[in-house]
Ligand binder design. Structure first.
Ligand code: FRU
Length: 475
């Protein structure tokens, strides 16, 4: 441990001790930072039976700062126990941020791969794209998931293809046969987003193998790529920056979505059109992992980088952002669906018997801040819900909309406006509501909309004639 690590440990403790425990918008069942800022999920895994979730963490300022890896563990993916900071930015190759990365588990050992970010001192000639920064690939291992060994620098920018800019990051590692594969996100010097693949036989020395590209340029940077097979379908996930024009003008500043892969990105492949994981306001940088019982789980940052349009009033309470609730991913008839992990059922207490809404009857609840509400058997494409007096979820003219009535930065929306997805027919809607967030699963999780919101009144009202509504409180 060097002097910088020692000081960072002390300062982090001080910041965490100073955190206010009581605040209006603290989440109850979504992972959030002890204090300060959180962004991407990192190193998600199940190791020796325990779930581990690391996160991009800046404890000193709720608006962000130099990134380290905070660490939580859980036995059910719902209640998370904070374990402190696992990785500090304390080496020459990661001194301006222990950036995002993943966990790979083998033979009772946890391998954490991440990007060591270095941003050189301000100089006029630096554009921080092709000059003035480093993205180093780093490995740390652990035998117990609590103590982390020495950092080993594996690759630097000169080890990546020479047509890439200095933006290469977010390693995700898996094994196929006897070979280990690593995928990283990249921006070329010509400003095209893509993913690059490395191979290894020992998890330590890596060689560039190939790249994954869309047939036409798609954004200037792909962050946090992930690749997995689910129910016979190969899925390539990427968080894409730089999409412009057409439908993208109505969407978030950056997108997180996936391509269905015809073939295999390790060999011959064709990518489908890009589909969004989530159509709401707050969703970025998802990462998946496989549980011991073979489920593919995905969690994302419930936030949005470089977003000027809307804000989060929790900044004045000393923290910002949280994760999405972990979702099980499956593919049915080629349709990728997401559903809250089944462990949630253990935390639910039925508030009211299931009810069929007749005629103009509405379904209303007051006073619950955390709940799981399902409306099924929707007839005639008629659905409307209002939450916290401001957030409207409505199907109209072939679109499912998530919109706020008042888009003032001081309102429930904190500046959020309207998001939508074109959906042919609406069958069911499930709302997973925490104190300051809403995740909406439409048509068995084929479409999802996630948003933060800051309600003054815990209230929900649903209109969906002839549909069945049921609600459980999450305790
Ligand atoms: C995505 C991202 C990653 C990077 C990390 C830094 O939100 O920009 O590409 O590793 O955040 O915090």
């Amino acid at each position: 441990m060097n002097a910088l690590t020692r000081d960072l440990i002390k300062l982090t403790k001080l910041a965490e001790e100073g955190a206010k425990a009581s605040d209006r918008f603290r989440q109850r069942f979504h992972l959030m930072p002890p204090v300060g800022w959180l962004n991407d999920p990192n190193g998600l895994c199940q190791f020796r039976g325990i779930y581990h979730a690391f996160f991009q963490y800046s404890p000193f300022d709720p608006r962000g700062g130099v990134k380290m890896w905070g660490h939580y563990t859980s036995t059910d993916m719902i209640n998370w126990e904070y374990q402190g900071v696992a990785l500090y930015p304390d080496q020459p190759f990661d001194c301006h941020g222990v950036y995002s990365g993943s966990a790979f588990v083998e033979d009772g050992e946890m391998y954490l791969y991440y990007t060591g970010n270095v941003k050189l001192e301000d100089r006029e000639e630096y554009d921080y794209i092709n000059a003035g920064r480093e993205a180093n690939t780093v490995l740390v291992t652990s035998k117990d998931g609590m103590q982390f060994g020495c950092k080993k620098e594996l690759m630097r920018n000169t080890d990546y293809p020479s047509d890439l800019s200095l933006h290469v990051r977010d390693p995700k590692v898996w094994k196929q046969g006897d070979i280990y594969y690593m995928i990283q996100g990249a921006r070329t010097k010509a400003d095209v987003g893509q993913a690059i693949i490395f191979t290894s036989v020992d998890k330590t020395s890596w060689t560039f193998k190939s790249r994954v590209e869309s047939s036409k340029p798609f954004g200037y940077m792909w962050e946090c790529p992930d690749y997995f097979e689910i129910d016979g379908v190969n899925v390539l996930s990427a968080s894409v920056q730089g999409l412009k024009g057409g439908v993208w003008e109505d969407r978030n500043v950056y997108q997180s979505g996936y391509f269905l892969v015809d073939g295999d990105i390790l060999g011959e492949y064709a990518l489908s059109e890009y589909r969004l994981w989530d159509y709401g306001f707050d969703y970025y940088a998802p990462q998946s992992f496989e549980t011991g019982d073979g489920r593919r789980i995905m969690t994302a940052w419930m936030g949005m980088p470089d977003c000027e349009e809307y804000t989060n009033p929790t900044v004045t309470d000393g923290w910002q952002h949280c994760f999405t609730f972990p979702r099980e991913i499956c593919a049915e008839d080629g349709i990728v669906r997401q559903r809250p992990v089944r462990e949630l059922a253990e935390k639910e207490r039925r508030v009211q018997e299931a009810k069929i809404l007749s005629g103009s009857e509405t379904f209303e609840m007051e006073g619950y801040q955390t709940y799981d509400l399902t409306v099924s058997g929707i007839k005639g494409n008629t659905f409307r819900a209002m939450l916290g007096e401001e957030l409207v979820l409505e199907y109209r003219e072939g679109r499912f909309e998530m919109r706020f009535e008042d888009q003032d930065k001081a309102a429930v929306s904190a500046g959020r406006g309207l998001r939508y997805a074109e959906i042919e027919r609406i069958e069911d809607v499930r709302l997973l509501v925490d104190v300051s967030s809403v995740e909406v699963f439409v048509n068995g999780g084929e479409f999802v909309f996630t948003t933060r919101y800051y309600p003054k009144r815990a209230h929900v009202c649903v209109e969906a004639p002839e549909a069945q509504a049921e609600i459980s409180e999450i305790i």
